[in-house]
Write a protein that binds this ligand. Structure first.
Ligand SMILES: Nc1ncnc2c1ncn2[C@@H]1O[C@H](COP(=O)(O)OP(=O)(O)OP(=O)(O)O)[C@@H](O)[C@H]1O
Ligand SMILES: [Mg+2]
Length: 579
């Protein structure tokens, strides 16, 4: 962007009609994203963020960018006012983070905004106050250049949406996430964030590696692999975690396209597939990768928050990323591969790759499995009663230490032992909470010290009372350290060390669902405490599990709606044998 005096124009109608419409402001973190992106588009080197009440009270961003003239300071709150594109053809090759001229007007429409801005090298600037989209005050002020936008009372005039804001801690986590995404993509800039008046992070300009260390800890340094690949004018840079980088990395997968944070299933899948069998299903490797591509080869104008993009050659991108990750991991001599043996033991061996699944086939396979499940579930012939009467206790066996098979009158049932146990624990805990009964706990002979990141600590504070109710005994030792002294009686043996982190992780994953806090923690706990695939069960244990499952209110589904039982009627088997 230049710093000519007036730069903003209203977009012509035909361009407006081409812009992906939708909700720009979903929550305080969306405001932060838009404001920080605006600052970056204006050549800022130093960006300071301040949030109040986790963002619910307000978000303020100050920058040292080019600033605006008074005319622009008024025009920027109009819809479709932008300095970043002029006509239709610009939409095809966007090089700035913003381009729609929608963010400030959308923010101003649902909040109270005060902006101070001025052009560089001027001693004077403008102050503009807008409430619910209406300009209430404009005046000249003494100002050194740069822009400060202070957004307060988000959704104050749309109570319906205000109601949907989550608690302070949840909103604050979203704020931190956004801040992390943007500052990871701009390591050559200084960023600071305050919550109320307390400093949260101060990041001096540095390298990507140093910034990653700030966010993810010193111990990642020897555990990540640098990427620097190029093919057909596509570049891939950044770092990927080695498979043996232990810890919980859920949510710490960063993908940037030309420095814009994006979400893209194809790319994520390409990275995950690149790890092959060296990670198990459900593992999330840490990665921070930057894809560089000519803007003509993708479209960012497809999602209202610009979080998604459409690649023109999706398959080419997939293959490039998949190959790059695979190659870098296999070049890295220190990366072992984990193999699982039938007895559940884990050993490490030199990496060996399974044959990659071709891109298109993946989808087909998943689709097929889903269809099949649906078909089977729709039969729902296992009436609860029938199970109790006809489930044949002597005909029960475990397959692959994972599934329980049993004969029933009408055919066979297959039970997923983990999911079934999840349902049992989930209901048990919720029942306890309702009855305000504390779960029994067992003292650990060796208390476990757990270090928590800032975000994890915020979640922990939310769920602490409930963890105590389930049967955990926890002491808060310091700002980022807690000590686990006791665990619930029904916790699976051997899972004590990671359990708290795992619950925090699953709790974060539950974010989008309509669960209340109790259901969320109950389901996180159940998922982590339940017997796992790989656990060998005695006949007695299997029978108990089935009995307990059928004593629950909803025996057929886990708390997330996955089936616990598949019923294959004898007629189906007959049909398959063409009888
Ligand atoms: N921090 C800032 N410093 C200088 N100019 C700014 C700043 N923020 C916004 N502007 C000006 O205001 C205009 C409107 O901003 P707004 O965020 O609404 O739209 P945009 O960034 O052009 O597009 P988008 O809606 O995609 O973000 C920008 O094009 C820019 O010229
Ligand atoms: Mg913008």
């Amino acid at each position: 962007m230049s710093n000519l005096t007036n730069k903003i124009r209203i977009l012509p109608e035909e361009v407006i009609n081409r812009i992906a419409a939708g909700e720009v402001v979903e929550r305080p973190a969306s405001v932060l994203k838009e404001l920080m992106e605006n600052s970056l588009d204006e050549g800022s080197n130093k960006i300071v963020v301040q949030v109040r009440d986790g963002g619910r009270g307000g978000v303020m961003v100050s920058d040292d960018g080019f600033g605006m003239s008074e005319d622009d300071a008024l025009l920027c709150f109009e819809r479709h006012s932008t300095s970043k594109i002029l006509g239709y053809s610009d939409l095809e090759q966007i090089r700035t983070l913003g381009f729609r001229g929608e963010a400030l007007s959308s923010i101003a429409a649902v909040s109270m905004v005060e902006m101070k801005t001025g052009l560089k090298n001027n001693k004077e600037g403008s102050f503009v106050r807008v409430e619910g989209g209406i300009i209430k005050e404009v005046k000249k002020i003494a100002w050194e250049g740069g822009t400060t936008v202070n957004v307060r009372n988000i959704f104050y005039n749309t109570p319906g949406r205000r109601k949907f804001l989550k608690g302070k801690n949840t909103e604050f986590r979203h704020i931190l996430k956004t801040f992390k995404q943007i500052s990871l993509a701009n390591c050559d800039k200084n960023f600071t964030i305050y919550s109320e008046d307390a400093l949260v992070w101060q990041l001096e300009k540095s390298t990507l590696l140093k910034r990653m260390v700030t966010f993810f800890g010193e111990n990642i340094v020897d555990m990540i692999i640098e990427m620097d690949e190029k093919h057909d004018e596509i570049e891939l840079e950044g770092y990927i975690g080695k498979p043996q980088l232990v810890g919980s990395w859920y949510g710490e997968q960063y993908l940037f396209l030309n420095n814009r944070f994006i979400k893209n299933k194809g790319v994520s899948r390409a990275v995950f597939s690149g790890y092959g069998s060296s990670i198990s299903a459900g593992d999330y490797p840490l990665f921070v990768i930057f894809l560089k591509l000519d803007p003509l080869r993708f479209d960012v104008n497809v999602h209202p928050a610009k979080l998604e993009v459409r690649f023109k050659d999706e398959r080419g991108i997939y293959n490039f990323i998949y190959e790059s990750v695979r190659k870098r991991l296999s070049d890295d001599k220190s990366s072992p591969t984990t193999f699982f043996f039938d007895n559940g033991a884990k050993i490490f061996q030199k990496r060996k790759y399974s044959i990659p699944e071709p891109y298109e086939q993946n989808d087909v396979k998943v689709q097929f499995e889903m269809d099949y499940d649906r078909e089977v579930m729709s039969e729902k012939a296992v009436e609860k009663k029938e199970k109790l009467e006809y489930f044949e206790r002597e005909k029960i066996w475990q397959m692959h230490n994972k599934y329980i098979f049993s004969q029933i009158k009408s055919g066979i049932i297959i039970i997923d032992q983990h999911i079934a146990h999840e349902r049992i624990l989930f209901e048990r805990i919720l029942k306890r909470t309702k009855e305000k009964k504390y779960g029994e706990s067992q003292h650990l002979i060796f208390p476990v010290t757990v270090n928590l990141s800032l975000e994890d600590r915020i979640v922990f504070d939310d769920i602490f009372p409930f963890l105590t109710m389930i049967g955990f005994q926890i002491k808060v030792f310091s700002e980022n350290t807690i000590i686990l002294e006791g665990v619930p009686n029904d916790l699976r043996k051997g899972g004590e060390e990671e359990i708290i982190k795992n619950i925090i992780d699953s709790y974060k994953k539950e974010d989008k669902e309509d669960f209340g806090i109790y259901e969320k923690i109950a389901s996180s706990y159940a998922c982590r405490a339940a017997i796992m695939a790989g656990d060998r069960l005695t006949v007695e244990e299997m029978i108990n599990l089935i009995d307990e499952l059928f004593a629950t209110d909803f025996p057929y589904f886990c708390p997330h709606g996955r089936p616990t039982i598949i019923n294959i009627p004898i007629s189906e088997i007959d049909k398959r044998f063409l009888r």
